[in-house]
Design a protein around this ligand. Structure first.
Ligand SMILES: [Zn+2]
Length: 270
């Protein structure tokens, strides 16, 4: 499932390759993904001659803004954007945005859990905290909402209502760097550890963005490459391997936590 770095990678690629150009039309190659497409409204937003004003990430979603409205896009499990050819439609390509200059941008999604929704400003609540900003994270962590929670710190990090865009991989990697056991309850964590965690999260996410994300399963970046952050995973997927922390003799363990795997080093995370 794409996490923040993967979503950011698509938003940046679309921003730098297409913003400022004019649309020709939007073509649907099926009627729905997770939800039925609001075809008439989307056709208006991407109508002939409409200008592409902006593309950015909001939590784990991508916003496309045109001079005629905006769309919120979720990549779901396997959604991706790629440059396309106006005359060819590949397998799993569900939407094509055609530009007047002959270029095309395709949305592909083999498992079809993604969605395109017309962006309604009435629905826009100030969303969750942005995990790229250390001070925002620290403010959230030290707030009553989080500090007194009895759930584990890992489950809290992955709660999209609190923080947008951290999933299993980056939660576990950040907890490793901050030397915190994923199962520790929020209420039991010291201020020092919260500070460490708030510092490590933006560092790790920015590293992953720079490397084009992690290629787990089907993820491909806009350019079609796999992203290389997974070569830097220190705990994720490394069961029984040696801990990579300098001077630590531990071996990485895997446990099931809230229905998903957690990897950690029992010697240096507590
Ligand atoms: Zn260790």
């Amino acid at each position: 499932m794409p996490e923040l770095p993967e979503v950011q990678n698509f938003a940046q690629s679309i921003q730098s390759n297409y913003v400022g150009k004019k649309f020709k039309n939007i073509i649907f190659h099926r009627d729905n993904l997770r939800y039925p497409f609001e075809k008439a409204k989307l056709e208006k937003i991407f109508a002939n001659g409409i200008e592409f004003l902006n593309c950015y990430r909001e939590g784990k979603q991508i916003i496309l803004q045109t001079s005629n409205g905006s769309v919120t896009i979720s990549l779901g499990m396997t959604g991706a954007f790629k440059a396309a050819n106006q005359n060819e439609v590949e397998k799993h390509q569900h939407i094509t945005l055609n530009f007047k200059n002959g270029e095309s941008l395709a949305f592909v999604d083999p498992r079809r859990f993604g969605f395109w929704k017309v962006f309604d400003s009435k629905e826009l609540k100030k969303t969750s905290c942005d995990p790229l900003v250390e001070t925002d994270l620290l403010e959230l962590f030290l707030s009553e909402v989080v500090k007194n929670k009895c759930i584990s710190v890992k489950d809290m990090l992955m709660d999209q209502k609190l923080i947008g865009g951290i999933g299993n991989i980056y939660a576990l990697e950040a907890l490793f760097l901050a030397e915190i056991l994923p199962t520790t309850r929020c209420v039991d964590l010291s201020i020092t550890k919260w500070k460490k965690l708030a510092k490590e999260i933006p560092i790790i996410l920015n590293q992953a963005i720079a490397l084009g994300g992690s290629s787990i399963s089907t993820y491909r970046s806009f350019k079609g490459d796999k992203g290389s952050f997974q070569t830097l995973h220190k705990v994720y997927g490394r069961e029984n391997e040696k801990c990579l922390k300098k001077g630590c003799q531990g071996n990485i363990k895997r446990i099931a936590q809230s229905g998903r795997s957690s990897w950690y080093c029992p010697d240096c995370q507590f």
